[in-house]
Design a protein around this ligand. Structure first.
Ligand SMILES: Cc1cc2nc3c(=O)[nH]c(=O)nc-3n(C[C@H](O)[C@H](O)[C@H](O)COP(=O)(O)O)c2cc1C
Ligand SMILES: CCCCC(=O)C(=O)O
Length: 390
């Protein structure tokens, strides 16, 4: 165990001795974290319908294993935008890792590097773009919220290029931050030891002054995010940089096709972990129509609710090139710093290997749609409208 960060609550009770699954890490993290920090991470928007359904979507599929296949050698390596990764599992961009551990994004990136996984660093990282890059041997992408002051975004792009980041991930589901009632009730604001390390002083205004009944993060987004950013403005971003662009938060074939037509290199099918528009289609259910809408060279990833190796397998079977994991990474970080993150990622990798072996799918290209059987309570066959939507 590493030392707790300043200001963090003492554990309410001793965490489990040796957490095994992401679920165990959630229990241990919840015991260690302040309630308002736990709620910020765990919560969703509105009635948290999408938060629940993103996860439940995975449980609506059953697996159809094939027998007597040579699974003595398994291959999990692939490429993402031309760069090799050891696993088709990456870390989703999440704000403020220092909320849960003093080493913040440095620990997370180091752990991902040890596993050979992709890391996507948030605009709201609590360690700098440069120090995170120095810690990470694995591929790094930078997530961008496009700011009203375009020079802020441009400077982040330049710094990402100089530090060796390989792609820019533009989050398109957050022209404003959705109401998250847990944060509103808790009057959540950033503790003094956490700040957006990559934004200048003028962009930090207000993040620490908690006013009761308000989420300062939402206020900050309302002040600084460019809610007028549109498809036309993407051309401006393209003209700024040679780095490939990836759009995060696409849920329809229409938007996917438009992005591909504009030369976007990749898409992340995502509901933002149920934290933005509540009631949207679960990411897993949107995945087939997005995959069907874009040419094969446009790489499609998915996130939201992935907690087991079999979840990864199901997403790959529905056409994802790789998956991203969000909250489980912060749970591992809260419990045991970089070691905790590494164990969470290594567990998901081990479970994916097990699932590949036991379904007779030794390579990623053998994980195909016929691996899935919709369970009896599946309300509709999510692949039935692929053709219509594409
Ligand atoms: C605490 C927290 C902070 C997040 N911050 C960002 C962010 O800064 N940018 C972004 O694009 N997505 C952000 N997300 C969304 C994640 O990238 C991802 O879409 C989601 O967490 C995946 O779902 P999962 O947590 O169920 O794995 C955040 C999610 C969480 C839980
Ligand atoms: C303004 C967004 C803050 C980080 C974020 O994306 C999230 O909390 O989901």
């Amino acid at each position: 165990m590493t030392a707790p960060v300043a200001g963090r609550a003492e554990p309410h009770h001793a965490p489990e001795d040796s957490p095994l699954s992401p679920k165990d890490y959630a229990a241990a993290a919840s015991a260690r974290l302040d309630r308002s920090v736990w709620d910020y991470i765990a919560g969703g928007s509105g009635d948290e319908v999408t938060l629940r359904e993103d996860r439940a979507a995975y449980d609506r599929y059953r697996l159809r294993p094939r027998a007597l296949v040579d699974v003595s050698h398994l291959e999990l390596g692939t490429t993402l935008l031309g760069r090799p990764v050891s696993v088709p599992i990456g870390i989703a961009p999440m704000a403020y890792h220092r909320l849960v551990h003093a080493d913040g994004e440095i620990a997370t990136a180091r752990a991902a590097g040890a596993v050979g996984a992709l890391t996507i660093t948030s605009t709201f990282a609590s360690k700098t773009i440069e120090e995170t890059a120095r810690a990470a041997p694995g591929p790094l992408w930078l997530q961008l919220y496009v700011m009203r002051r375009r020079e802020v975004t441009e400077s982040l792009v330049r710094r990402a290029e100089a530090a060796g980041y390989r792609a820019l991930v533009i989050t398109v589901d957050t022209p404003r931050m959705a109401r998250r009632e847990r944060d509103l009730r808790n009057g959540f604001s950033l503790p003094p030891y956490v700040r957006p390390a990559n934004l200048d002083i003028s962009q930090r205004a207000g993040l620490h002054e908690g006013r009761s009944g308000n989420s300062t993060l939402a206020e900050h987004a309302a002040l600084h995010h460019d809610a007028a950013f549109t498809w036309e403005d993407l051309a401006w971003l393209r003209s700024l940089t040679g780095l490939p662009l990836v759009l995060k938060g696409v849920l329809t074939a229409q938007d996917a096709r438009r992005a591909a037509d504009l030369g976007v290199a990749g898409l992340i099918v995502s509901t933002h972990g149920g934290r933005q528009l509540d009631g949207v289609i679960p990411a897993l259910d949107a995945l087939p129509e997005v995959v069907a809408a874009v040419p094969p060279e446009c790489e499609v990833l998915v996130d939201g609710g992935i907690r087991r190796g079999t979840d990864v397998l199901k997403a790959l079977a529905l056409g994802a090139r790789a998956v991203l994991v969000g909250r489980p990474v912060l749970w591992g970080l809260a419990v045991d710093g970089a070691d905790g993150v590494e164990r969470v990622l290594a567990t998901l990798r081990a479970e994916l290997e097990e699932a590949m072996a036991l379904t007779g799918r030794p390579r990623l290209d053998t994980i195909t749609r016929d691996l899935l059987h919709p369970s009896a309570d599946l309300p509709f066959h999510p692949t039935s409208n692929d053709k219509e939507m594409a």
